[in-house]
Unconditional design. Sequence first.
Length: 132
Amino acid sequence: MPRPALSLSVVGAGFPNKTGPGRRFEIELCSPGEPVELIPEPRNPADPLAVAVFSARGVQIGYLTAERCGLIGSIIREGREVRAIFQGKTSYGAMIRTAFDGEEPNLPTSRAVGVPSNADDDFWPDYIPLDE
């Protein structure tokens, strides 16, 4: 059974790349749904489990968080297929969507603001006017 798709945070956007455009600039060029590449960095002096994230243009946009890079890196090292797409930009960097073992990642559907995720189709929040 394939592992379920995950949305993952990409951090480190404020750090410069060694060459080419900056990470935040590159994130601005990314479109939701475009492929990104995940590359483990076992020789990274700060974290040997680090997994770098590169845009479709081959420019680094950051790293997976420390909480997720061990899991994702081990899946990649096992030779299992990991596919990833850009999901969106965030204040700290970006979000990507990953799928495993031949599955295609899909962008998650967005929910209406104020509607609980377990809401029935018949649920409509009451309008509450702002105090003047």
